[in-house]
Design a protein around this ligand. Structure first.
Ligand code: NDP
Length: 293
């Protein structure tokens, strides 16, 4: 058996088209142009690539994109003042501070300063708490993307056994909550979990969000399982360019899984598309319009 490859690129493109159609509709019917402000501090090369891609895709969806590039040594007070301005700006409906921030800045304080209604990264404690309480919330983009990819395989996740490996605030924890909202039965694994292969063997749905190249082996998987690989790991190739691999040993898993996301071309593609979804949702909510479908 060879697993079906879940085409994150195509699914993300379709989602972006749906968002662009909705944006055109709210512009036409309500004179509302959703706006996303992205704040980048310093010159981390990976962050610069992500921010560029967010800018391009936001504009392509017909939204307004506001970029704020600040020097590496910006003070916490100046960054907080910018966030306060963006919180008040009626043209801005989503605010994203690109992480990681330089060590001189206190990430938690910065995230907490964002108006929860504009927190399109879903990291503000209000949104994390609402999600954990089963209430409507802006949820982190990567876990949202994982759910959409899974639903490209199964219309309903009800009663399925899922394992989420990783418990970060950015990926693992919110993903667990979203799976619970889908009525899946969820096991949460982390660095102190015992016998990960045995835990994986029971799972119909495997989500790997660890940051360890190819840690999840093919023989850990239940035959036919759906595998969503969140990991993005850059590994050296002797004499060649570094290569991107996920947290799952892809070639091994192909022979056991029923469906699997590739790296690249899987979850990564969905993250920015879901950021557009969240910005549109935030804009509609702020203006008292119904949530887009
Ligand atoms: P974190 O480092 O914040 O969290 C990693 C998690 O993995 C922790 O909960 C940790 O456990 C757990 N872990 C570490 N080692 C093991 C192990 N040996 N066995 C089981 N669990 C382990 O990472 P993130 O959640 O931010 O990211 C995870 C991966 O996803 C990374 O590769 C990152 O690059 C990628 N990523 C991809 C995105 C995308 O758009 N595709 C977006 C965001 C992240 P503990 O809590 O006990 O320390």
């Amino acid at each position: 058996m060879t697993a079906r490859i879940i085409d994150g690129k195509a699914i993300a493109a379709e989602l972006r088209t749906r968002v662009a159609d909705e944006v055109a509709r709210v512009k036409r019917d309500h004179a509302l142009t959703p706006g996303l402000a992205v704040v980048l501090v310093g010159h981390d090369p990976a962050s610069e690539v992500y921010v560029r891609s967010k800018h391009t895709q936001t504009q392509a969806a017909g939204m307004a994109s506001f970029e704020h590039k600040l020097p590496e040594d910006v003070s916490q007070a100046d960054l907080l003042a910018l966030i306060a301005r963006l919180n008040r700006d009626p043209l801005v409906h989503g605010i994203l501070v690109q992480l990681p921030l330089p060590k001189s800045l206190h990430t938690e304080t910065i995230i907490n300063a964002i108006d929860p209604a504009k927190d399109v990264d879903g990291l503000h404690p209000n949104n994390a708490g609402r999600l954990a309480g089963g209430l409507a919330a802006l949820s982190p983009c990567t876990p949202l993307g994982c759910i959409i990819l899974t639903k490209s395989v199964y219309a309903s996740l009800e009663g399925m056994n899922a394992i989420v490996i990783g418990r970060s605030n950015l990926v693992g924890r919110p993903l667990v909550q979203l799976l619970l909202n889908e009525n899946a039965t969820v096991t949460i694994a982390h660095s102190r979990s015992r016998d990960l292969p045995k835990l994986c063997a029971q799972a119909d749905l495997v989500y790997a969000a660890v940051g360890r190249p190819e840690m999840v082996r093919g023989d850990w998987l239940k035959p036919g399982a759906t595998v969503i690989d969140v990991g993005i790991n850059r590994i050296a190739v002797p004499g060649g360019k570094p290569k991107l691999v996920g947290d799952v040993a892809f070639q091994e898993a192909l022979n056991v899984a029923g469906a699997i996301t590739p790296v690249p071309g899987g979850v990564g593609q969905m993250t920015v598309a879901c950021l557009l979804v969240n910005t549109l949702r935030a804009a509609c909510a702020i203006h008292g319009l119904p949530a887009p479908a």
